[in-house]
Design a protein around this ligand. Structure first.
Ligand code: MTE
Ligand code: MO
Length: 255
């Protein structure tokens, strides 16, 4: 068999990527058309908001890439599971996509690397007062969500990470994040496996991290293990949609 098992699986699931990509483009086109014509019940302010949310973050050139990009927060998840995965170069790591989707998926790093990729050079702004410009390569999240198929009621993507910033019995010390579907389908929202032309290092979130370029640093979840599509995030731990949000940061960290 020379056929790639992953493409076959997607095909069997009725989510062939060609169709997925086309549906994604159609979707983006629909959103912009609704926004531009103000069709339906959109008020001017809602329309402006929508257009604003869809705008691209500034992209930079190769020469602007910062010579050093600080590692912040977790620099290496402490769990034995993560250590084992890292030791095997993440060959056994899988990203799970589940929740309100028609076709839950488990993707390996090799699967992700076969998919259409986007590369972008952007500035990362941390609330602690530092910024750095880096080059990120990864799979547009919208592409995966289209292939997975969203069920009615889907409103948020919740990202579960491998690291705990605080030891806890109830899991509340685990890093997690969430974004809404406007950001999930934003063209610069990618699941990045490479930084500055090399595989992500452990410090920067290996094997996979979120880049959601219109928001601040703490939304850029590292060490992704699972993405759940849900109708809300209030049931999770502090109920505010993220590790830092549960400790007082804004959920929408727009820049
Ligand atoms: N899983 C996980 N993701 C995380 C963090 C973390 O501690 N754990 N820190 C966040 C913060 S506050 C910032 S500024 C960036 C830092 O990313 P970097 O280490 O690549 O600079 O990751 C964000 N994502
Ligand atoms: Mo940060």
């Amino acid at each position: 068999m020379t056929e790639k098992p992953f493409s076959r699986r997607l095909l069997l699931a009725g989510g062939a990527l060609g169709a997925g990509a086309a549906a994604f483009a159609l979707n983006a086109d629909l959103v912009s058309r609704v926004a531009l014509t103000g069709a339906g019940k959109l008020t001017l302010s809602a329309q402006r908001l929508l257009l604003g949310r869809g705008a691209l973050a500034r992209e930079f050139g190769e020469k602007d890439i910062s010579p050093t990009f600080r590692v912040n927060g977790t620099s290496r998840p402490e769990s034995e599971d993560y250590a084992r995965l890292a030791e095997g170069n993440f060959a056994d790591w899988r990203l799970r996509i589940d929740g309100l989707v028609d076709r839950p998926m488990e993707l390996s790093l090799a699967d992700l690397k076969k998919l259409p990729a986007r590369t972008q050079i952007t500035r990362h702004d941390c609330v602690e007062g530092w910024s750095a410009i880096g080059k990120w390569t990864g799979v547009p999240l919208g592409l995966l969500l289209t292939a997975a198929g969203l069920k009615p009621g889907a409103r948020y993507a919740i990202f579960y990470c491998a690291d705990e910033l605080e030891q806890s019995f109830d899991g509340s010390g685990r890093y997690y994040e969430s974004i809404d579907l406007v950001d999930a389908f934003h063209p610069q929202t990618i699941l990045a496996y490479a930084m500055n032309n090399a595989d992500l290092t452990v410090g920067h979130g290996a094997p996979l991290r979120l880049r959601v370029e219109r928001q601040l640093g703490y939304k850029q979840a590292k060490y992704l293990m699972r993405i759940e599509i849900a109708d809300g995030f209030g049931r999770l731990w502090g109920g505010k949609g993220g590790y830092w949000e549960d400790r007082g940061y804004q959920w929408y960290a727009g820049i």
